[in-house]
Write a protein that binds this ligand. Structure first.
Ligand SMILES: Nc1ncnc2c1ncn2[C@@H]1O[C@H](COP(=O)(O)OP(=O)(O)O)[C@@H](O)[C@H]1O
Ligand SMILES: O=C(O)C1=C[C@@H](OP(=O)(O)O)[C@@H](O)[C@H](O)C1
Ligand SMILES: [Mg+2]
Length: 175
């Protein structure tokens, strides 16, 4: 039984790479944010607006305990998932955790391309955004660095190269 869990900052490619890896391997894919949205029948942005970040983190924690019980799956977490409660220790027990690591510049570029609404960074100017990413990654790395594996995706920074991330993950995990 395999359970692969992707973590990393917003824009590192957890959702994109997880989905592509699932297509290639035939393992089922669960994106924690999408799972939350379908279970709650609300978008992540709506949950943040209605319950605040604290309310979202509680729901995220509960939903994590559902998806991380599924077998033979690839799970992409939200960027903050490993950084609250004992989530990082829990997922390390439950599966093979991979930290998709990228520089703030690469994360910034990916976040500008993405269409998903991310409540923590909306309404930020480009200067504010790059400063926020740099500061938050520095705080969060303590949690991200607990992953069993780290894959630096900064060098795989263009659309065609999403495939390169998938290939390298397959090599790393031998799947
Ligand atoms: N290796 C990559 N190269 C180029 N663009 C990427 C790469 N990985 C992700 N992206 C793009 O960055 C954006 C954010 O990716 P996403 O998978 O939503 O990240 P996450 O789930 O980690 O927040 C998407 O538009 C995606 O197409
Ligand atoms: O980093 C974070 O705190 C968050 C990341 C988002 O997921 P992605 O990393 O997939 O964007 C989503 O869970 C929410 O907006 C909060
Ligand atoms: Mg995502």
């Amino acid at each position: 039984m395999r359970r692969i869990i992707l973590i990393g900052y917003m824009g590192s490619g957890k959702t994109t790479v997880g989905k592509a890896l699932s297509k290639e391997t035939g393992m089922m894919f669960y994106d924690l944010d999408w799972y939350i949205e379908s279970r709650m029948r609300k978008t992540v942005a709506q949950i943040f607006a209605e319950k605040g970040e604290e309310g979202f983190r509680k729901i995220e924690h509960n939903m994590l305990h559902e998806v991380a019980e599924f077998e033979n799956v690839i799970i992409s977490c939200g960027g903050g998932t490993p950084c609250f409660f004992d989530n990082i220790d829990y997922i390390n027990q439950q599966g093979e955790v991979v930290y998709l690591k990228a520089t703030p510049e690469v994360l910034y570029r990916h976040l500008l391309m993405g269409k998903v609404e991310r409540p923590l960074i909306k309404n930020k100017t480009p200067e504010e955004l790059i400063a926020y990413i740099t500061e938050q990654v520095a705080k969060r790395e303590e949690f991200y660095n607990k992953a069993r594996y780290t894959l630096d995706v900064s060098l795989m920074d263009n659309y065609e190269k999403i495939q390169l991330s998938v290939d390298q993950l397959r090599q790393l995990l031998n799947i």
